[in-house]
Design a protein around this ligand. Structure first.
Ligand SMILES: [Zn+2]
Length: 76
């Protein structure tokens, strides 16, 4: 696919997504599959992946995690 930002080619890669919920809860999700622009670094996470990430974050918060890292590929 092409970058929505600069139209350069995007390559498969990994990114890190940070979610801040409320004032104190911060969950960082690592190893998230994404398309990354060669040129400008724009990152694109598809909606299926974004949904899975959200579910992981919600589960972590439900488990009482206030601050932490989750690896996307870890079944938590
Ligand atoms: Zn770009």
């Amino acid at each position: 696919m092409n970058c929505p930002n600069c139209t350069a080619n995007m390559e498969k890669g990994k990114t890190v997504l940070t979610f801040q919920m409320g004032e104190e809860e911060i969950v960082v999700v690592r190893d998230v599959p994404a398309m990354i622009c060669d040129q400008c670094g724009e990152e694109y996470v598809d909606s299926d992946t974004a949904k899975q990430v959200e579910e992981k974050v919600e589960r972590a918060l439900a488990d009482g995690i206030k601050m932490g890292f989750i690896d996307f590929n870890t079944a938590a």
